[in-house]
Design a protein around this ligand. Structure first.
Ligand code: 0A1
Ligand code: ZN
Length: 859
């Protein structure tokens, strides 16, 4: 065990105690000056439990403090780096505090910070999870709900002064300064506080809720970007209507504001009535935004809006319950997205993401339960496990309950807990009103590791007997795993006619079980059994299908996800040497693509999916050899491409570029065209002219970037010219230039030295997470480059640099390396030495927690 003397302190769920004081209301006065800001606050506090009055605060300069109008001296309180404890505090206390902060030097992007420079300079806040304590002293925990009145004052060069709630006053204060006062009538935890000081343009609209409330909708962005807010505005109105229709939830304030900022650690933040968004998740225009990104914008807009009920009105008791708001809200945004395109494709994307990222996390040393029971740094738990696996649990409950009972459960949840800070147990208790089996899903929240579901079937006469068993790996540091409730959606089709003979949702609750289907009229033919339809549980399925069974599933299934999954299973078998019948796969594709491509082009495009190199790495717990995995994958890709070579150009040419439309079919065609491109190039067909044509005739960014990406990836002779031309065309658009960085950093044809050079460019800004993610993400997507001495040194030198500037971003970047110990021999030792070197110099809790876990029992 490599022990570090820097073992940061762990916090445990079992140690939860309720707050000693509540804060009935707070008045905040935030004044932003050129090189600092002052924050004056008045908190009306009342004792709830025995104990001290402790306020949390970090990096604050305390100027004054008084209680009930009596000024305190240093003897009256104890102050350290994290907190302010007031001695002998009365039961009812009006606490007035003045502090000084420096948002101008806050590169961590937590609390109040400066984003952008020059004309784009603005001040924004990020308070989730523990940023509010960097603004002022406060019981900064999600179970302290308070009514906020916020006064914001700044120089008039910043005309926009925003905070949560309703604007109640504004005016001048002389000296070219002005102020605005906002009041938020809903009690909220401090992590939902926000304020903005900026010079921005605004796009406005209105929405009338089902309850008759007129809501002013505003999206703020820099003037050059304001015309790229239409997609977001439409999505917002769609989301408001969708939540009314599907969950009976209406918006509750008179204003809903969104502010776009270029420097942000995550996608967006659901602050009450004042969302703050990464520009990458709000701006969209056909010319500058790919279809995939634009669809993501709509999903994030919906996600943040849905938080108003699942997160804001009902919030988390403590940060261990983060999945309470995130899992449910992701499930809600996935359902929303599903109503804007083919539901099968939505599910394919969501499951693809889950398998590529969450299964990987669950298979490594950073595995943790959806509701962790301890942490050092809560910022490290905004993970794919909490979000995506959390969403899968809610989905399983929804599947088990069916539409009406699920709605009955959510209605109960909202009615029972509105205005409260609650736990997963509370959620399950409300959701179980119509079906007690829901309570058993608690185990999914408390147990780490992806269950493996093994199964098969026997046929006797007209009966089919299905057997299933489950096993979850024992994750070090946790209890022995136990059997989980696993919903398994099963369909049985006639083996020749494809007629649907039976469909049922089974629930496996034990280690193993058997389920019989009788009187099926099988006609003496082996039936087609299709299991785990629509991915009814987040498990690794090992079902006893023959290759022919899989081909028949593709043929007979009426459920698009399992059709896709059957193709993926065939691909997996070929990749792992469990089958060598490539022709079976390519013949199936040749048969279905010509018709399907015109019916559902997006689903057709997905049928060509092949697990990425990093996804394939999850299969190895030791002796992982990135070169060998890449070689196998490339060989299969080439075999498939060659077998389809006569068809791909024809298919490509049957999808001409037409005027831009933002419909599911048009997006599908654009994606399919790019996929076919890639296949044709893999088959070594001459596509130079076609790539140039697509680039030049492009009606939108998906077409233009698709062509540029192919030129770079396949090292076409024209690649450098077009790369330069692209930069020239978009040099003043940060988000497009991010794509320019990404497409190069992620290309096989570009090596580590090339990525390093990208990171040394003047326009590579270490303080802008979006830019940093382009190169680190690109390198991480290429395991054969990442896991080399040069690759790892480059990656870790970036993490070391970020450790000082922005710890949240640093540790999030580090998680891509969590399965380093599966490498073999020298590679493993080399990476280990690099990780230990970083551990010795790292200073943030964020990075140290991850490194300690990564090196813990593996070193
Ligand atoms: N609650 C946000 C995610 C978020 C978390 C942390 C942040 O800063 C460190 C920012 C945003 C969501 O789920 O959308
Ligand atoms: Zn969220």
């Amino acid at each position: 065990m490599t022990s570090s003397n820097k073992e940061p302190q762990k916090i445990y769920l079992k140690d939860y105690t309720p707050p000693t004081y509540r804060v009935d209301d707070i008045y905040l006065d935030i004044k932003v000056f050129n090189d600092h800001a002052t924050v004056s606050s008045v908190l009306n506090m009342s004792r709830e439990h025995d104990g001290k009055l402790v306020l949390l605060g970090r990096e604050l300069e305390l100027l004054n403090i008084s209680i009930n109008d009596k000024v305190l001296t240093a003897d009256d309180y104890a102050l350290d780096d994290e907190s302010l404890t007031i001695h002998n505090a009365p039961d009812t206390a009006k606490v007035a505090i003045d502090v000084k902060i420096t948002p101008q030097t806050n590169t961590a992007l937590e609390g109040l910070y400066q984003s952008g420079t020059g004309d784009e300079l603005m001040f924004v806040t990020q308070c989730e999870p523990e940023g509010f304590r960097k603004i002022t002293f406060f019981p900064d925990r999600p179970d302290v709900l308070t009514e906020y009145t916020t006064r914001v004052e700044a120089d008039k060069r910043f005309p926009v002064l925003l905070a949560n709630g309703n604007l109640i006053e504004k005016g001048d204060v002389g000296d070219d300064r002005h102020f605005a006062v906002w009041h938020d009538p809903t009690k909220k935890p401090s992590y939902l506080f926000a304020c903005v000081v900026a010079d921005l343009a605004v796009m406005s609209d209105h929405y009338t809720t089902i309850e008759g409330r007129e809501v002013l909708l505003e999206i703020y962005a820099v003037p050059a970007d304001i015309d790229k807010c239409h997609v977001a505005m439409t999505a917002l109105k769609d989301a408001m209507a969708w939540d009314e229709e599907h969950y009976g939830r209406a918006y509750d304030l008179d204003r809903y504001m969104i502010v776009a900022t270029g420097q942000f650690n995550m996608g967006a933040m659901e602050n009450k009535g004042l969302n703050i968004f990464n520009t990458s998740c709000v701006l969209s225009s056909p010319k500058t935004t790919t279809d995939e990104r634009s669809f993501h914008v709509k999903a994030v807009i919906a996600h943040e809006y849905f938080h108003n009920w699942t997160g804001n009105r009902i919030t988390c008791r403590d940060w261990f319950q983060l999945c309470l708001k995130e899992g449910f809200t992701v499930f809600r945004d996935q359902s929303f997205s599903s109503s804007h395109r083919s539901p099968a494709v939505q599910r394919i994307d969501d499951v693809g993401f889950l398998k590529a990222h969450q299964f990987k996390e669950d298979a490594g040393v950073l595995a943790h339960p959806v509701r962790p029971d301890s942490f050092v740094e809560i910022n490290n738990f905004y993970t794919v496990t909490v979000y995506e696996k959390g969403a899968e649990i809610v989905r399983m409950i929804a599947t088990l309950l069916g539409k009406d009972k699920f709605r009955q459960g959510t209605d109960e949840y909202f009615a029972r807990y509105d205005g409260q800070a609650v736990t997963i147990e509370d959620f399950l208790s409300a959701m179980s009103v119509g079906d007690g089996r829901v309570l058993d899903f608690l185990a999914w929240y408390t147990q780490a590791g992806t269950p493996v579901l093994t199964g098969g079937f026997d046929v006797a006469g007209d009966s089919v007997k299905l057997t299933f068993s489950q096993q979850t790996r024992h994750v070090a540091g946790f209890d022995e795993p136990k059997a989980l409730p696993i919903p398994i959606d099963v369909a049985i089709f006639h083996g020749e006619s494809g007629e649907l003979l039976a469909q049922e949702l089974l629930l496996l609750t034990k280690d193993s079980d058997m389920f019989g289907f009788d009187g099926l009229d099988l006609g003496g033919v082996r039936p087609v059994v299709s299991v785990l339809r629509n991915f009814s549980a987040p498990v690794k399925l090992e079902f006893d299908y023959t290759d022919e069974d899989l081909v028949k599933i593709v043929q007979f299934e009426n459920e698009g996800f399992n059709q896709w999954q059957a193709v993926q299973t065939l691909v997996g078998r070929l990749l792992f040497g469990k089958s060598d019948n490539v022709a079976l796969l390519t013949d199936t594709l040749k048969r279905i693509v010509p018709t399907l491509m015109h019916k559902d082009p997006m689903l057709t495009a997905r049928l060509f999916d092949m697990p990425s190199e990093s996804e394939l790495a999850v299969a190895y717990d030791k002796d992982y050899n990135p070169q060998a995995v890449k070689a196998t994958r490339t060989a299969l890709k080439e075999q498939i491409a060659h077998a389809l070579a006569d068809h791909v150009q024809v298919w490509y040419d049957s999808l001409p570029i037409v005027p831009y439309e933002d419909t599911p079919d048009a997006r599908g065609v654009r994606l399919l065209r790019n996929v076919l491109f890639n296949l044709a190039l893999t088959a070594k067909l001459d596509m130079t002219e076609r790539t140039e044509r697509q680039y030049t005739n492009a009606t939108c960014m998906s077409e233009q970037l698709g062509a540029l990406g192919a030129m770079i990836e396949f090292g076409l002779p024209n690649a450098d010219d077009y790369t330069a031309q692209f930069y020239e065309e978009y040099h003043d658009n940060d988000l497009v230039i991010d794509s320019w960085f990404s497409v190069q950093a992620g290309a096989d044809s570009r090596d580590v030295a090339f990525i390093k050079a990208l990171m040394e460019r003047a326009d590579y800004d270490w303080q802008t997470p979006n830019r940093v993610r382009t190169t680190l993400g690109g390198l991480a997507s290429k395991p054969t480059q990442l896991w080399t001495k040069d690759g790892i040194s480059l990656y870790l030198s970036a993490v070391a640099r970020l450790d000082v500037i922005n710890p949240v971003l640093a540790s999030r970047s580090l998680s891509a390396l969590a399965r380093w110990y599966t490498l073999s021999g020298d590679d493993k030792e080399m990476v280990k030495a690099e990780l230990i070197a970083l551990q010795q110099k790292a200073s943030s809790k964020n990075v140290l927690e991850f490194l300690n876990n990564m090196l813990g029992d593996k070193a």
